[in-house]
Design a protein around this ligand. Sequence first.
Ligand code: ACO
Length: 179
Amino acid sequence: ISSYPSYIDLLPSIQTCNITNLPENYFLKYYLYHALTWPQLSFVAVVRPKNGYAKSNGIAGAGAAGNVAGEYPKVVGYVLAKMEEEPTDGMQHGHITSLSVMRTHRRLGIAERLMRMSQLAMSESHRANYVSLHVRVSNTAALRLYRDTLGFEVEKVESKYYADGEDAYAMRLKLDGQW
Ligand code: ACO
């Protein structure tokens, strides 16, 4: 796991991971906005190609070359995170925009580690008081992770939060003194 080493190269792979795992999808520019505005807060888990990263033809990051299979590490998990820009409660806090891990790499502790790294960065780099997120009420795997493993609490239910009409739990975790 590393913080975006060359996020522009990895963006398509992060987007693929998101589209594969979640119905909430974003334009590439939204990922870029996160990485440029809060570079400390988002992390990826990657599998490096067998023949070595950026070794094959030496044109790393040069347009189409970046899309050749095996050219760049494959993203198998990511956490996309930000600071709330205009907090209504006046409290500095972070927000998890999106988190997912490829099926092939689940139950290995990747999501937990991505979350803990982002939480630590929110606390240390931005003095975040707490971190918030939304999760589908039916998403038992994510709920177990957030509530039981990481210690998030349900703040409220947001009715019909998702485009398909499902409710969301608005959750938060206090960051003070956690580390
Ligand atoms: N069932 C029950 N508990 C689970 C499950 C599961 N399927 N998956 C994770 N957990 C809990 C367990 O307590 C687990 O600890 P354990 O393995 O020691 O029992 C703990 O969470 C940590 O699990 P990780 O291995 O770190 O989780 P993983 O890397 O597998 O990723 C995730 C979990 C992100 C929820 C994954 O299943 C996924 O990508 N799901 C689809 C996308 C998704 O739902 N993302 C979250 C949406 S909300 C948002 O983005 C803010």
